[in-house]
Design a protein. Structure first.
Length: 713
């Protein structure tokens, strides 16, 4: 996609639209036209052995700033004057200050010429250092996320970053005192993490837990609903074996293993949530500091504690996985506690040897070996996907495990008495293992992509990263192409005879594929300083332009899936009654897509010029027009969820701020930094907060170092 902005053809342009800028690069880098990190000496000169000749012009040599145009309004004049004064004051900073600010700001915009500027060809910019991610430190917590996390993507856009920080201060949840020790109540304030990690759970004996079991008719119905709903954990339960143990339990409830009783409560808790959910809609209400406690969660937690699952043993991993799934599906936003819980499960699985091929050990029966394989690929996927969602490295590394894929078998194909497993069914035939096999294969490819994006070093050979991206892109596409068409989503029209659960499985696999494309190509485009339109081949390498196009296209498809799911989850929709399947992991993919498109559209807008030129250019470009429409629809969806989800509220406000900039919104300049530093002002009216958010674009344009050397434009 290569287009020239139409601004010059729509309005008269002054003879020279460029303005002299202070030279912040060293003389050597400026002469060679390469990016300078402004250190003394800079890294480029150090690498060339020219440290002694790395010199900078004195502040007195800075060119004078042009005056604002006579036709500008008063507000624009005052803002421009403030910008000029800050630029001049920043040019006198010490070398250490320049280094610090340069390291903290890694713009994503491709260094292109603005309309009317010189069209002389420039050499391609050297790859930037790997993005450091985002580190948030406040009195209550310290949180790091990688550059691939949706909030870190927004951190690279200064205006959205500080809008995000304002909201974080405004949305710090209240911590009311615990009003009751009765954890069976719907409202459970003060502790927002997994119940297993809280100190509010009273100890229980096995007799008490057996006595708490409801009538068999109730449990029978929950078991039926659990398996017919195809919950995410049902694939790790062998149905015939479980039903025999279930019958034995009702004959003598006190004879069963404590871990199996915990597993039964886990199945009941998950089935109860899947079929009924919270009383006021999907998820727990994080906005108002209240949590909906899924039914039987208390008994499940008490059973896990009493079973001593940390020692390992039969049903321990299965039980903990069910507990994790209950905590995960019942929360609209990701929480660190669930990721920590997943880490505990993974370490226990490693201690129990699930990462080694079980056929190598004579004491493991064929039946046990097959169930261990199923469980391992589920644990592997949990590790990779939750780690990416939280923006941190995964625990399981390639080359440290050798467990083979499970066979594509129905539960009726094998049992505990088998001396040998039957041959697997064709992968075109759906079994309880089919979905988790394909999800594992895609997740394995995405895990390799995540490893690349989290690297803290970059090869001196600039083509090496391009080669790695090309290889991983091929790996991801080949993996997806190997999935049979019956497991890929195309459209609802083509799925008239397919069950809703099967369509969701298809959508999940397709979304994982799109997730991988976004993860890989956003990283490559951002590393090379290009995530904006238009991608003119004269200034951007073809492979970088391809990555931008691929990333934006995948993000657009993601928001299309968000619209589809949100619409079809409504009453009488295709997925009505299946809201439980929209976990925070799935919403996270939509958050990433929203962040990518916000960044893309914002970077494009800042390079074009005036509000009028920007909107004309967006409307003349089919892809940009589609991006704006997709974000408008996404805003409606995020807004509808904002009463239950912090992340949804943030996403809606981010789009608000972006659209305000595109529409030329915002009143007189307000000092947003004072608003941020004064907690008392947080109690002001919503209108005041909205005013600060509108003006945050201007404020951070003034503070952003990229303005100095032209990279921001």
């Amino acid at each position: 996609m290569s287009r020239r902005p139409p601004g010059n053809s729509l309005s008269p342009v002054p003879p020279n639209r460029r303005r002299d800028k202070p030279q912040l690069s060293c003389d050597s880098c400026r002469q060679r036209k390469v990016k300078c990190d402004r250190q003394r000496p800079c890294r480029v000169c150090q690498a060339r052995g020219l440290s002694s000749s790395c010199t900078y012009p004195p502040p007195d040599d800075l060119p004078a700033r042009p005056k604002p145009a006579a036709g500008s309004n008063a507000s624009f004049k005052s803002r421009l004057q403030r910008l000029e004064s800050m630029l001049l004051s920043l040019s006198d900073r010490s070398p250490s200050d320049s280094c610090t600010d340069s390291a903290s700001a890694a713009p994503l915009i491709v260094p292109q010429l603005r309309p009317g500027a010189s069209t002389a060809a420039s050499p391609p910019a050297a790859p930037q250092l790997p993005e450091p991610g985002s580190l948030r430190i406040n009195p209550s917590e310290t949180v790091y996320v990688s550059s691939a996390h949706w909030s870190a993507i927004l951190e690279n856009v200064s205006e959205l970053r500080d809008c995000f920080r304002l909201q974080e201060q405004d949305e710090t949840p209240a911590q009311p005192a615990l009003a009751s020790n009765d954890l069976g109540n719907v409202g459970r304030p003060s502790f927002m993490g997994p119940m297993l990690f809280s100190s509010f759970i009273p100890a229980a004996t096995k007799a008490e837990l057996v006595a708490a079991m409801p009538d068999r008719s109730v449990v029978d119905r929950l078991i039926f609903l659990y398996f017919t709903a195809n919950t995410p954990s049902s694939s790790i339960i062998h149905v015939p074996s479980f039903l025999r143990q279930y019958e034995a339990f009702w004959v003598d409830p006190y004879s069963v293993d404590m871990a199996w009783l915990a597993l039964l409560y886990g199945i009941m808790a998950l089935a109860s949530y899947v079929t009924s959910g919270p009383p006021n809609g999907p998820g727990r209400d994080h906005i108002h500091g209240q949590e909906y406690e899924p039914k039987y969660l208390k008994q499940l937690t008490q059973s896990i504690v009493l079973a001593g699952v940390s020692r390992g043993g039969p049903y321990c991993i299965e039980t903990l996985c069910h507990y994790l799934f209950v905590e995960h599906v019942s929360r609209p936003d990701a929480i660190a506690g669930n990721w920590l819980l997943a880490g505990m499960i993974i370490r226990l699985a490693l201690r129990m040897g699930y990462h080694r091929e079980p056929s190598q050990f004579s004491k493991v029966s064929p039946f046990q070996a097959e169930m261990r394989r199923r469980l391992w690929i589920v644990v592997y996927a949990v590790d990779a996907l939750l780690s990416i969602q939280m923006g941190v490295p995964r625990m399981v590394k390639e080359g440290q495990w050798d467990t083979r894929l499970p066979r594509n078998l129905l539960d009726s194909d094998f049992d505990e008495d088998n001396d040998e497993l039957p041959q697997g069914r064709p992968l075109t035939e759906v079994t309880p293992a089919t979905f988790i096999i394909f999800r594992f294969q895609l997740t394995k490819a995405i895990a390799s992509i995540s490893d690349l994006t989290l690297t803290t070093t970059i090869d001196k050979e600039s083509h090496s990263s391009a080669l790695a991206v090309k290889e991983l892109d091929k790996l991801l596409r080949d993996t997806y192409d190997s999935i049979p068409s019956c497991m890929k989503y195309t459209s609802l029209t083509a799925s008239l005879l397919v069950s809703a659960r099967s369509i969701l499985d298809q959508l999940t696999l397709t979304m994982i594929f799109q997730k991988g494309l976004i993860l890989l190509h956003r990283w490559y485009a951002a590393t090379n300083g290009a995530l904006a339109a238009p991608c003119d081949s004269r200034y951007v390498a073809p492979e970088i332009a391809t990555s931008v196009h691929t990333c934006v296209g995948a993000a657009m498809k993601m928001l299309g899936y968000q619209d589809l799911l949100h619409t079809e989850m409504q009453p009488n929709g295709t997925f009505s009654g299946m809201q439980w399947s929209l976990t925070s992991s799935m919403w996270n993919e939509f958050l990433v897509a929203t962040s990518v498109l916000c960044t893309y559209l914002y970077n494009t807008a800042t390079k074009i010029g005036s509000v009028e030129e920007t909107n004309v250019f967006i409307e003349s470009d089919g892809q940009l027009r589609g991006v704006r429409q997709a974000l408008t629809r996404a805003h409606e969806i995020w807004q509808s969820m904002s009463e239950l989800s912090w992340d949804a509220r943030r996403a809606a406000r981010m789009i608000d701020v972006l659209m305000a900039k595109l529409d030329g919104g915002g009143g007189p300049y307000n000092d947003a930094s004072a608003f941020m530093m004064n907690p008392g002002m947080m109690e002001s009216t919503d209108a005041m907060g909205a005013q600060v958010l509108d003006d945050s674009f201007c404020q951070y344009m003034e503070r952003y170092d990229g303005i100095h050397d032209g990279t921001f434009w």
